[in-house]
Design a binder for this molecule. Sequence first.
Ligand code: NAD
Length: 298
Amino acid sequence: MTLDLTGKVAVVTGSGRGLGLAYARALTIAGASVVVNDVDPDAAKRAVDELPAGRAVAEVVPVGDTEAAQRLVARAVSEFGRLDVMCTNAGILRDRVLWKMSDDDFDAVVKVHLRGTFTCVRAAVQRMREQGDGGTVVVAGSPAGQRGNFGQTNYAAAKAGIAAMVRTWALETAKAGITVNAVIPTAATAMTRTIPAFAPYVEALEERGEPLPDALRKAEGFGTPDDCAGLVAFLASDAARGITGQCIGIGGDKLALWSHPQEIAVAYADGGWSAAAIAAAWPVSVGRHPETYGIPAP
Ligand SMILES: NC(=O)c1ccc[n+]([C@@H]2O[C@H](COP(=O)([O-])OP(=O)(O)OC[C@H]3O[C@@H](n4cnc5c(N)ncnc54)[C@H](O)[C@@H]3O)[C@@H](O)[C@H]2O)c1
């Protein structure tokens, strides 16, 4: 079954290459028109050249600030008449352990991912509310934001913040018929080529066309960008109208639903908890099965 997105208009940030380009490809193949955004003009141009003629335009601007977000929404409207889908995918890494991470490393990552998602989705939702017939927001989370990851204070914080915004926006935009979900992708891209555990596989795929091993595609859910793109096209379609507030994992052969944080153990003390009472109760009550954290190594 192919889902028909004819007449729908999307913005995909960071879609000059990698996952964003795959999302733009899937959306246009299904019939949508797309504003390709990237900070890299050459990548944006190459992407538009590869997409169906007349259904993709490039808007080169770094996402983060409000003006960039407004430009993207305005371009969708001036070029294609409306906006149905905002997919915030643009991203960078500046990995360092906490004690070596500079203010610049932190701010740069938070600006593109967290602020870029906030400003782009705000501008899109303003437009969608004016149009009055709903819409689709797809943002990019990450296993690092769900679980924490060594060397990624900035990135994990931004991605966890994005998941928190999904839960908040799903509440706020429900009445307007706007769905908000996070894609939690895993794919061979320039970004994952910088991660030592994945680097040899990404290199073999990109340079020698060697398919990713089955174990990686299944257990790790690690595949190509195109493996992740069907989820974005699905979420943009009428078949996904009722789905909102979710963090959805996709990659390789795997599709997954992530849990949201919730209390998993509780204990009560009449009149409240003193430090000594917590110390006594911890090992036999809420502290008995502490949560794990971190992404399991491949
Ligand atoms: N690849 C993975 O396995 C993976 C895993 C989890 C999350 N993600 C997320 O998916 C998204 C895409 O990742 P990718 O692997 O395709 O990365 P990528 O580096 O291949 O592509 C990112 C694109 O974003 C563009 N970009 C960077 N800063 C920008 C800005 N300020 N404005 C506009 N464009 C900008 C880059 O030029 C590039 O074209 C990111 O948000 C990333 O955090 C990826």
